[in-house]
Design a protein around this ligand. Structure first.
Ligand code: ADP
Ligand code: ASP
Ligand code: MG
Length: 412
């Protein structure tokens, strides 16, 4: 039997009615002749609630216990989905990550998938099971502890299963009907894309477009998984949604194809650090060791042998970053005057493979922000993206202005 992977996000399994609605979509695929692997997220809001409980109990929590707690939302929806399918007379059973077992690294709260052995699930399919419902987002480490794959990780579970089981397609059902030029919640002018290149989606995801987890796009690109995003609330068929595919499959081409944002960023500046060989290593070593996801980095021109070092990181890691820096100072590894924090910033980015061959994108971006009187605090660029750090209160305005400036509401 051909295998299909269907993933349902949090809003798609938010209550029993929605689980039934999702199960109907699964039934249709079973009737078409597929053996289906269903990956479920926790009910929407559940994971946030669990994360909140952990942080309240222990602000600098033990990541192993964090994973034990926050992985639990998916256990509930996996069981309920399986029960719902059984009530429809579809042979189904649920699997938690460790039962598969979905083996991961030991990097708690952002573990990587190492292996998905097929035997257990294949055997059940051979015995007549039609649907394997797997709890997304979770796995098991070599030490036998429960791990999670980072926020949005069920997408990655889905793509990894599609690769391991050589599925015909990996369908990601969510609360929007595809991938748009920007988050449709931010501007009504956002336009749905029929197709998007892996590389562009990879950038958009890593720059904050949470419609797909970055790692899931990486895996799909590497293992050539046919990856599709579509609505769980509408009637859908083979042509619905947005296909993530190779650049060569796409006719439409614009210089900029999307705008992404990441709302909860922080900017931290170490004032007056000695400008000497090894200073960057002395600062960013402890930050890496402390698990801080440093993003942008700027070192100022130095005067009198001293300089300022600025970096950005997710706002919820500021406490850890501060601790790592104070400890490095106490150990005498670095010396700085003051540690200045700006926790009210966000990052807005424009992405497009067309940038490789077009000049002037940065200038157009900065003009558009100037026209709205938005001050840019940090800039970073790569081959196919430009990102700026700005005050969070201007985020929506910046996204809308850039969407207009690059004509994204019009088809190419
Ligand atoms: P799920 O719970 O199904 O995993 P997510 O909330 O993680 O859903 O992702 C879907 C959301 O991603 C949408 O509701 C939308 O607000 C947001 N989003 C951000 N950028 C985009 C984009 N470029 N295209 C579509 N959706 C986007
Ligand atoms: N429930 C997890 C989260 O909210 C994983 C997922 O939904 O993809 O991040
Ligand atoms: Mg998601």
């Amino acid at each position: 039997m051909p295998i299909l992977v269907m993933k349902f996000g949090g809003t798609s399994v938010a209550d029993l009615d929605r689980i039934r609605n999702a199960a109907e979509k699964v039934r249709r695929e079973v009737e078409r002749g597929y053996d289906v692997i269903v990956i479920v997220s926790a009910m929407s809001g559940k994971t946030n609630e669990l994360v909140g409980w952990v942080s309240k109990t222990s602000p600098l929590f033990d990541a192993r216990e964090y994973d034990a707690v926050v992985s639990s939302g998916e256990n509930v929806t996996a069981g309920l989905m399986s029960l719902t399918l059984q009530e429809m007379d579809i042979p189904a059973r649920s699997w938690q990550g460790w039962q598969v077992p979905l083996k991961t690294s030991s990097a708690h709260s952002s573990a990587r998938i190492v292996e998905i052995p097929r035997e257990n699930i294949d055997q059940k399919f051979a015995e007549g099971m039609k649907v394997a419902v797997v709890a997304g987002f979770q796995g098991i480490s070599e030490e036998g502890r429960i791990t999670t794959l980072g926020r949005g990780g069920s997408d990655t579970t889905a793509v990894a299963f599609a690769a391991a089981f050589e599925a015909e397609r990996c369908d990601i059902y969510t609360d929007v009907d595809g991938i748009y030029t920007t988050d449709p919640r931010i501007t009504k002018k956002a336009r749905k894309l029929e197709k998007i290149a892996f590389e562009e989606m990879l950038e958009l995801a890593s720059l904050g477009a949470k419609v797909l987890q970055t790692r899931s796009v990486e895996l799909a690109m590497r293992y050539k998984v046919r990856l599709r995003v579509l609505s769980s609330f509408e009637e859908t068929d083979e042509t619905s949604g947005t296909l993530v595919c190779d650049e060569e499959e796409i006719m439409e081409s614009k210089v900029v194809s999307g705008v992404a944002y990441s709302r909860d960023e922080a900017k931290m500046t170490l004032l007056s650090v000695a400008d000497r060989p090894g200073i960057a290593a002395a600062i960013f070593g402890p930050l890496a060791h402390g698990g801080i996801n440093v993003d942008m980095i700027v070192q100022n021109v130095s005067a009198d042998g001293r300089t300022d070092m600025t970096f950005s990181c997710p706002v919820d890691q500021v406490l850890r970053a501060e601790r790592a820096m104070q400890e490095a100072k106490e150990r005498g590894e670095i010396n700085f005057g003051e540690l200045v924090q700006d926790t009210e910033v966000c990052k807005v980015s424009v992405v497009g493979i067309g940038m490789r061959s077009h000049a002037g994108v940065a200038a157009r971006m900065f003009e558009a922000l100037k026209a709205e009187n938005i001050n840019i605090k940090v800039i970073s660029t790569s081959e196919i993206k430009i990102s700026v750090l700005i005050d969070r209160k201007y985020m929506e305005l910046a996204v809308q202005a850039l969407h207009d400036a690059f004509g994204l509401d019009e088809a190419a």
